[in-house]
Write a new protein. Structure first.
Length: 168
């Protein structure tokens, strides 16, 4: 069992740290990169897809499909839910987004930054609070496991579940 210290960082290694959503520069880079990758993959520029890219990019990711749809509608875009899901599916297929299934059943889509930064989540079973974290030791362990199992692991999700300091 992995325990989180009261500050939200693992007490054992000290290697993990909390992360925040990408900064404005990173979000702008992701949007530009996403449009480039879409064009390289032969996808024509549709207004609905462009609106989804710009919306999820400006938010820094970590949105469900419904949240993307709600934000688009709030800004006056007349885009159907099917178009939102298709765009998110394509962006995930092109590895521009990563879908993380968290408690509540909804998938949250996170930006896959061009330089490959990656994080995981710890979720409180009582209040649902979710904290993103990075841990180089965990990434190294996953790489070693990949080698030992002789698998070419190109993606992984780690969600730790427990009780946050506020609920304990």
């Amino acid at each position: 069992m992995v325990r989180m210290a009261s500050g939200g960082t693992p007490g054992a290694t000290g290697a993990a740290r909390r992360t925040r959503r990408p900064g404005e520069d990173q979000r702008e880079q992701w949007v530009a990169h996403a449009f480039e990758r879409l064009a390289e993959a032969g996808n024509r520029g549709g207004a609905a897809r462009a609106a989804v890219v710009e919306t999820i990019g400006s938010e820094g990711g970590c949105l469900t499909a419904d949240e993307v749809y709600d934000r688009l509608r709030a800004r006056g875009d007349q885009i159907g839910t099917a178009s939102v899901y298709r765009a998110l599916g394509l962006l995930s297929e092109l590895r521009l987004l990563h879908g993380a299934s968290l408690p509540g059943g909804a998938t949250r889509y996170e930006l896959v930054l061009p330089h490959g930064d990656h994080h995981h989540h710890v979720v409180c079973d009582r209040c649902g609070r979710t904290v993103a974290f990075e841990d180089r030791a965990l990434e190294s362990a996953i790489a070693r496991l990949s080698e030992r199992l002789d698998y070419d692991v190109h993606a992984h999700d780690v969600t730790l579940r427990g009780v946050c300091p506020g609920c304990s």
